[in-house]
Design a protein around this ligand. Structure first.
Ligand SMILES: [Zn+2]
Length: 256
């Protein structure tokens, strides 16, 4: 048996029986951790309220078998470092964006350290709670960077196949991003992308917020469509939380 401490972000919390909770945690030092927190749903639990999704806590954990990371570990203590939950659940768009962030990182990381992904997630959640920018732009910037860290950095300017300078009008995920008119026919399935959409995607990946925030709603919606397809292609499944993102776009388009 081994006890250790790590700063963790709570990605998911599922009820287990009457009083316990199964947690998916992202540890700064340890990567993905699956753990059980016992008695957290009792009203006198000291740590229960601290182990909600989007909370950052200093946790003490122990594992009966440290060599077998597929086994559930146990959370014995939790001290709040920073909680984004209140500011996130107060706003539907932020909540939808934050859910997509944690669901995608849950797919990307495993039981290995991923310090850059950890820092990026904290930065993404913190930016969402600040409310300074469009939550869906924050989400797309986060997803593009997170998948880039995972080894799938797309090109939105030069042709991903031959390097011809852009802008180009089509995207191939198999080729790695924008593809020129000569390469496109040999790149399998491609998506059409307007020049303004390409520019926004490039700006989100580069962190050029002046350009990104100068985009209109139609361009943002189009970029969102492409980012979702890009994530779905590389993770090989559609995130459940994308349903809520689609709903946000429907509400925006309806003017609500
Ligand atoms: Zn080309």
């Amino acid at each position: 048996m081994r006890s250790y401490g790590d700063e963790v972000v709570v990605l998911r919390a599922q009820q287990l029986g009457e009083a316990d909770r199964i947690l998916t945690l992202f540890g700064r030092e340890r990567g993905k951790i699956r753990a059980v927190a016992r008695g957290v749903r009792r009203t006198n639990s000291k740590i229960g309220g601290r182990l909600e999704p989007f909370a950052v806590v200093d946790a003490q954990l122990y594992s009966k078998n440290p060599d077998d990371r597929s086994r559930l570990e146990t959370v014995t203590q939790a001290v709040t470092v920073e909680s984004f939950a209140e500011a996130i659940v107060a706003d539907y768009e932020r909540y939808a964006a934050a859910n997509a962030m944690v669901e995608s990182v849950d797919e990307i990381i495993d039981a290995e350290p991923a310090a850059l992904q950890y820092a990026l997630l904290l930065q993404g959640l913190r930016s969402l709670t600040s409310g300074e920018r469009d939550p869906l732009l924050e989400l797309d910037a986060y997803l593009l960077r997170s998948l880039s860290l995972a080894g799938w950095e797309p090109s939105f300017n030069e042709c991903a196949r031959c390097g011809a300078p852009g802008p180009h009008a089509r995207i191939s995920f198999a080729a790695g991003g924008a593809v020129c008119a000569s390469c496109a026919p040999g790149c399998g399935a491609t998506l059409a992308a307007h020049i303004d959409t390409m520019r926004l995607l490039w700006a989100l990946l580069a962190g050029n917020w002046r350009v990104a925030e100068g985009s209109d709603q139609a361009t943002r919606a189009d970029a969102s469509r492409i980012v979702k397809a890009y994530v779905t292609y590389h993770l090989d499944r559609q995130l459940k939380s994308f349903t809520a993102i689609d709903e946000v776009w429907r509400m925006r388009n309806a003017g609500g």
